[in-house]
Design a protein around this ligand. Structure first.
Ligand code: GDX
Ligand code: MG
Length: 381
């Protein structure tokens, strides 16, 4: 018995309903839920449409309201945990999660995940090619954190550790429903803790490849990602010191394929608008936090304003800065939040100007080899 769940907040109801209809039409699927952030016009429209889909496919299709389960900002984590809790209580064998804003969702996502579960994997994550300037939290925060904290395991090598597209089998759903760390993570950090928690369950993890990529809403200036950045950073910090998956952990993956040509040309965010956010001078409170870096690193950053020194934020300097953030960042502290955003922005812009501009394949090779280098450095410490 398989269930599909779409968390949704402010998406166009017709897009959400289109995806729900695709899920309902799949023979492997017995029920579809959309989990709304709150009551309102969008939620009502999806609820009305859900009734029509249900009648057309003769299976339950409904809208749930997310409950307040966690301790952090009420966000996507509460929505996923609402579904996980109820699915565990109902005893579903398989639960698929998909972001509701995917514009190229089709049955092959569901079929690919079901096939991997049929082959005995307890968790299936979808992987897909992304633009060279997309996934900047994944590449600059989460994968480096997995490389440092869990070197030698499959965690740093996961293609989409933050992706909201995942299939969980019953034992995973039950363990997640019983995990305090997962339940408390009501914000954007949910994907990080789900990835970590499922990786240490010993039930096998498969990555299913979606060759066309995940098409969904991209961003304007990078300040739209500030909340996600600091919440994903905090989630990464919360894993420091925890045990990783064992060396015998079962991990399989479809091979990657050549990304679609149009995706290679996409610029995922507004570069000039983001550059204006860097600022001409270092705020005093942030400069004093940066001073905790080794002298040489702090000197390179503080010798001029952020908008003039951002190009110095290469992979080596970012390793030092990322280590400082991982060890010291405080969620809810305005100085740390502002500083973490500014430093990440410097890193993303430096990479965009220096590597992403060289072409897609070069940029992706650079990102991958940087994470590998971080992993080697961490293992030798
Ligand atoms: N119910 C509910 N409540 N749904 C939410 C909320 C919330 O507070 N916030 C977002 N959503 C829904 C949203 O409508 C969409 O369907 C999905 O969650 C993802 O949100 P979106 O704004 O499209 O996130 P974005 O920027 O595409 O990030 C996604 O991909 C990231 C990644 O792969 O890098 C998202 O799944 C992130 O968690 C993930 O890290
Ligand atoms: Mg999206």
């Amino acid at each position: 018995m398989s269930l599909v769940v779409f968390p949704f907040k402010s998406e166009d109801p017709s897009l959400v309903l289109g995806n729900m209809a695709i899920a309902a039409a799949n023979d492997a699927i017995d029920e579809v839920w959309a989990v709304a952030a709150e009551e309102g016009a969008g939620e009502k429209a999806v609820d009305r449409g859900a009734g029509e889909i249900s009648r057309a496919h003769l299976k339950p299709v409904s809208v749930l309201l997310q409950q307040r389960l966690g301790k952090l900002r009420p966000g996507k984590g509460d929505a996923m945990n609402t579904a996980i809790k109820r699915a565990a209580e109902d005893g579903w064998d398989r639960v698929h999660f998909y972001d509701a804003d995917i514009t190229n969702f089709d049955s092959s996502w569901i079929d690919g995940a079901e096939a991997a579960a049929d082959n005995g994997y307890g968790v299936v994550r979808h992987r897909f090619p992304r633009a060279a300037t997309d996934a900047m939290i994944t590449w600059m925060i989460t994968r480096p954190a997995f490389a440092r904290i869990f070197p030698g395991t499959f965690l740093p090598r996961l293609d989409q550790p933050l992706g909201g597209e995942v299939l969980l089998t019953r034992s995973a759903v039950e363990s997640l429903a019983g995990s305090e760390m997962v339940r408390e993570r009501s914000d954007w950090g949910i994907d990080t803790v789900l990835t970590y928690t499922t990786s240490v369950m010993g039930i096998g993890l498969y990555e299913h490849h979606v060759a066309d990529g995940k098409r969904h809403a991209l961003y304007g200036s990078l300040d739209e990602l500030k909340e996600m950045l600091i919440e994903c950073l905090d989630a990464a910090c919360s894993l420091d010191g925890l045990p990783g998956p064992g060396s015998d952990a079962r991990h399989g993956s479809d091979p990657a394929s050549d990304p679609p040509e149009d995706l290679k040309r996409i610029v995922a965010y507004d570069i000039e608008g983001s550059r204006r956010l860097l600022g001409k001078v270092w705020p005093e409170d942030e400069a004093s936090l940066v001073a905790a870096l080794p002298d040489e690193a702090a000197g390179r950053l503080l010798s001029d304003g952020p908008d003039r020194v951002f190009g110095r934020m290469d992979a080596n300097l970012w390793y030092e800065v990322h280590g400082l953030l991982l060890g010291r960042f405080v969620l809810g502290d305005p100085s740390w939040e502002s500083l973490a955003f500014r430093l990440w922005l410097m890193r993303v812009l430096a990479y965009t100007v220096q590597q992403a501009s060289q072409g897609y394949d070069e940029a992706m090779g650079y990102l991958r080899s940087t994470v590998e280098r971080y992993e080697t450095t961490a293992s030798s410490c």
